[in-house]
Ligand binder design. Structure first.
Ligand SMILES: CC(C)(COP(=O)(O)OP(=O)(O)OC[C@H]1O[C@@H](n2cnc3c(N)ncnc32)[C@H](O)[C@@H]1OP(=O)(O)O)[C@@H](O)C(=O)NCCC(=O)NCCS
Length: 168
């Protein structure tokens, strides 16, 4: 069941939110990705001991905003959006705290990013997602379609990632 609209709010992130956003990112990464990447690899990436490589990252323009979802004073989700050189935008982060997933918070953040994408006049909103991760289903349900598949190298580990695009 979804959280009631008045149980949380979505707003632009401010400088003082950055620390809590970082914590949420760590928590969600560990909880979600350890199941298929392994805990030590995830920790290695988070601590900067394992580097990421691959041909997935095209040149991004300026980031146009970061949004957070908060319940009372607690941060429960975040999203970030950047411009691209090809007239599209890119959703570079979308994370919901594990305890608050599947309650509609991710969709609320997604809707905010799509509304901003339209304001920016982009033709589409792109994103990258682990092929084995649960979020592929979320993006498909939101109407994003497969664009290309490539490999992300995390240290010596290779993991398939999917590029997806939502037409605006
Ligand atoms: C993916 C994510 C952002 C979605 O946010 P959310 O608040 O959980 O999603 P919502 O409640 O708005 O939407 C739920 C719908 O998304 C899909 N979905 C979300 N999480 C899912 C999961 N673990 N398994 C299967 N489907 C899932 C389902 O279609 C679900 O609808 P249902 O519950 O009726 O089946 C969030 O689950 C998350 O942060 N996951 C871990 C991190 C991650 O993979 N982020 C994406 C980085 S590219």
């Amino acid at each position: 069941m979804a959280l009631a609209d008045d149980a949380y709010r979505v707003r632009r992130a401010a400088a003082e939110d950055q620390r809590a956003m970082h914590m949420l990112l760590r928590r969600t990464w560990t909880d979600t990705y350890a199941s298929f990447l392994g805990r030590s690899l995830v920790i290695g990436v988070l601590e900067g001991a394992v580097s990421l490589a691959g041909d997935w990252q095209e040149e991004l323009g300026p980031c146009v905003g970061e949004w957070i979802a908060e319940r009372g004073s607690r941060l429960i989700g975040l999203a970030a959006l950047c411009a691209r050189a090809d007239g599209d935008g890119e959703l570079v982060q979308l994370y919901v705290l594990p305890s608050h997933q599947r309650l509609g918070v991710g969709t609320a953040l997604w809707d905010e990013c799509i509304a901003e994408s339209r304001r920016q006049g982009w033709s589409g909103t792109r994103l990258w997602v682990f092929e084995r991760g649960p979020a592929v289903r979320f993006y498909r349900r939101r109407g994003a379609v497969f664009v290309r598949r490539t490999t992300l190298r995390l240290g010596s580990h290779e993991e398939a990632i999917l590029g997806m695009r939502f037409a605006l």
